[in-house]
Write a protein that binds this ligand. Structure first.
Ligand code: TXA
Ligand code: MG
Length: 327
């Protein structure tokens, strides 16, 4: 049986007890809910991989309560890492650095590097402090599924695989952290996320050809059972016409004000003001399309600037067909 607990002191102590005993727990962060375990305990980490059905070659992010603990898991801590930590932590930025041996190889999926961040959520921070150890936490969904942004999403997807989830309310950002290689002089973005390239001072096309994206970006991701189409605003009308002519049940996620006249049989899953609002509600919309058994969810494209870039990355991956995307 799984339990959703209020994150009062008793709830935080209960989750910390589970984690100290080598168990796993669903915890809120500002980006998405994480499935946490003691990052220093190989058996606990294996339990995360099992519960998610996650490929063993996809490393986990280690969460710390404070930036000054970075040198316990990473060395050298580069001047760039210190600067980025000062600017963006606590917050949705993950730094990749060379690892120390405090974090076992299974957490890092055998890599010699470690991904680390200080999240900006009081409940997550309180639990890390109560456990007294770094917590590894991938998004709390079965591998390949949309990430959870509410406590109930965690239970809907993982069910009894997760014994306890702390309910910290809906996630403020709604897409995952930006993963940056911070080993050199300049940040290299491996996965777009809650901190934009503009905020980082990185050119939009700055990923050098020799750079490997984060291992996790190789896999099909974020996919609900409904088919997902990303459509430019000017193509909404023809896209709707095509799906309706084929007899498909169609839902839409649109920008407001709505620029097309919607037929009655099209379900409006959400209307959003801007890219940040779409980031906050995207995964919830994907799950809602599935709950309503829609055949197709049409998401109106946003400009790939600011957080819009991470949103377009996620929605494009949700729309990709096949089981493994080759990069
Ligand atoms: O916002 C987030 O980052 C959320 C919350 C829970 O903190 N976590 C999250 O974890 O998104 P996950 O496991 O779903 O995604 C982690 C990403 C994957 O793409 C993984 O390949 C990459 O980080 N990653 C982890 N360690 C890495 C490393 N050493 N080098 C490169 N990429 C790494
Ligand atoms: Mg994930």
């Amino acid at each position: 049986m799984s339990q959703i607990l209020v994150p009062d002191p008793a709830g935080i102590a209960a989750a910390a007890d589970v984690l100290r005993a080598g168990g796993i727990a669903g915890l809120p962060t500002e980006t998405v809910y994480g499935l946490a375990a003691d990052a220093t305990d190989p058996d606990a980490i294996r339990a995360i991989f099992r519960a998610k059905g996650r490929p063993a070659d996809n490393p986990l992010i280690v969460h710390l309560a404070a930036a000054d603990e970075m040198d316990t898991v990473a060395a050298p801590v580069t001047p760039l890492a210190i600067e980025l930590a000062e600017r963006f932590w606590p917050g949705p930025l993950t730094l990749v650095l060379d690892a120390t041996d405090r974090i076992p190889s299974v957490t890092r999926a055998g890599l010699t590097t470690i991904a680390v961040r200080v999240p900006a959520h009081p409940v997550m921070l309180a639990v890390i402090e109560a456990v007294g150890r770094p917590l590894a936490a991938p998004s709390a969904n079965r591998s390949g599924r949309p990430s959870p942004t509410r406590a109930s999403d965690v239970i809907d997807d993982l069910g009894a695989r997760v014994p306890v989830v702390l309910d910290g309310g809906p996630c403020r950002i709604g897409v995952e952290s930006t993963v940056v290689d911070a080993r050199g002089d300049m940040p290299v973005v491996l996965r777009d996320g809650g901190v934009s390239r503009e905020d980082l001072g990185v050119a939009p096309d700055a990923t050098a050809p020799h750079v490997q994206a984060s291992p996790g970006t190789r896999y099909r991701h974020y996919a609900p059972q409904a088919r997902v189409d990303v459509v430019e605003p000017s193509q909404l009308d023809p896209a709707l016409a095509e799906h309706r002519a084929a007899g498909r049940r169609v839902g839409v996620v649109l920008h407001s004000p709505i620029s097309v006249l919607l037929p009655d049989d099209v379900t409006v899953i959400a209307t959003v003001q801007d890219a940040s609002a779409l980031a906050r509600s995207l995964y919830r919309c994907l799950l809602e399309a599935e709950r309503q058994s829609l055949d197709v969810l049409i998401v109106e494209a946003v400009e790939p600037i600011g957080i819009g870039r991470a949103v377009m990355d996620r929605v494009t991956r949700a729309a990709a067909s096949g089981t493994v995307e080759e990069l």
